[in-house]
Design a protein around this ligand. Structure first.
Ligand SMILES: NC(=O)c1ccc[n+]([C@@H]2O[C@H](COP(=O)([O-])OP(=O)(O)OC[C@H]3O[C@@H](n4cnc5c(N)ncnc54)[C@H](O)[C@@H]3O)[C@@H](O)[C@H]2O)c1
Ligand SMILES: [Zn+2]
Length: 342
């Protein structure tokens, strides 16, 4: 498992890193937002160059990688050099992928700057890019040489991005932390102590990933909310009200909890706790009856499936879940209707 430092003194940690490592050249990968808001926070950096790319998932492509590899080539980068990924999950996944493939691999460190990348994307070693419309289609598992997380970056993050990352925090609690959940659900999310939240969330993700780094078993638990949520995200992408990843996962967690309720895996009061908390944080999205078939078709394409049956992670109590649970069309449609009615 990677080394992760969670700190409110990013510059001190960076100095320590530079003192104990001797890279000849340093490049910092940013997008326009992390350049504007995050790069100025870094002080006393050694000599370096900045490589800037356009932000957004639509740029997480092989074309952008080609630009990054070209920059590294122009800079005559080699194995003694270092790439620093400063930005959200797109920068981390793609920058890490470029670093590990350039000349068969150079060092890289991640400085995640969104809540989503701090609690989720920068842990677990998944690197990659989208390809021909498929998310994270090309990539590899490899841990960054270091991850440094500082909640200071969250100050400039738009509220909806913060909330999107918070969905993964909720997920971590629902699959693995019964005691933490009661604290979380009685808290006001925007008053969170982010350093504590991040530390705690990372502990949960790390302990799951450690047992199953390549997602054959336990690691699948991290897909809770993502079977139905991802279908909702994909559907809404092509409408004029697209959702952020976490906003869709929030819906997915309500629906998949309802499926667990239908299967008598959890009691009504647990379903209600989950629904109430999530609905308090996220605005309601209206899922019409006409979407149901298409949502179901998208779920059938999910790479987590086994042949033609849809597989999901279902919770059997707060803080405990099972992977590879078959769910059927009726259960899914009932759950979408439950979401709509509450
Ligand atoms: N590797 C993994 O295990 C893993 C897990 C979850 C998600 N992901 C990937 O992560 C990506 C999503 O990550 P994300 O939500 O961070 O998206 P992102 O990188 O697109 O960042 C979201 C937006 O916030 C901006 N931004 C970043 N930091 C900022 C700051 N401090 N202040 C203001 N604006 C800032 C970015 O420029 C961007 O516009 C997806 O590509 C997803 O596939 C990977
Ligand atoms: Zn997710």
């Amino acid at each position: 498992v990677e080394s992760v430092i969670i700190t409110d003194k990013i510059n001190t940690e960076l100095q320590l890193f530079f003192h104990s490592n001797s890279h000849s050249r340093i490049a910092i990968l940013v997008d326009q937002n992390s350049k504007k808001y995050c790069y100025p926070i870094l002080k006393n950096l050694p000599n370096h160059v900045v490589i800037e790319i356009k932000d957004g998932e639509e740029n997480k492509t092989i074309e952008t990688c080609a630009k990054i590899w070209s920059s590294l080539t122009d800079l005559k980068f080699d194995r003694k050099d270092l790439l620093i990924n400063l930005g959200g999950g797109v920068i981390g996944d793609m920058g890490g992928f470029c670093a590990r493939t350039y000349k068969r691999g150079i060092d890289f460190i991640n400085i995640p700057t969104t809540l989503l990348s701090q609690v989720d994307a920068s842990i677990g070693g998944k690197l990659g890019i989208d390809f021909q419309g498929f998310k994270n289609h090309i990539g590899l598992f490899s841990n960054p040489d270091l991850v440094i997380i500082d909640p200071i970056f969250l100050k400039t993050l738009p509220n909806e991005q913060l909330k999107s990352g918070y969905a993964e925090v909720i997920k971590h609690h629902l699959i693995a932390d019964h005691d933490g959940w009661s604290k979380l659900k009685s808290s006001d999310w925007h008053l969170s102590n982010w350093k504590n939240i991040i530390e705690h969330s990372i502990d949960i993700k790390k302990s799951i990933v450690r047992k199953d780094p390549t997602e054959k078993n336990e690691r699948k638990l991290l897909n809770f909310g993502h079977t139905i949520g991802h279908a909702v995200e994909t559907y809404m992408l092509n409408t004029n009200s697209p959702l952020l990843h976490g906003e869709a996962i929030a819906i997915g967690m309500i629906c998949e909890s309802h499926v667990a309720y239908q299967k008598n895996m959890i009691e009504m009061n647990i379903l209600i706790q989950i629904t109430d908390f999530i609905k308090k944080v996220y605005e309601k999205v209206s899922l019409t009856k006409s979407m149901e078939n298409q949502l179901f078709e998208t779920m059938l394409q999910d790479k987590k499936n086994n042949n033609d049956t849809i597989m999901a992670v279902l919770i059997d109590e707060i803080g405990s879940a099972r992977w590879d649970c078959e769910i059927n069309k009726i259960e899914i449609i009932n759950s979408l209707e439950y979401y709509n009615q509450t």
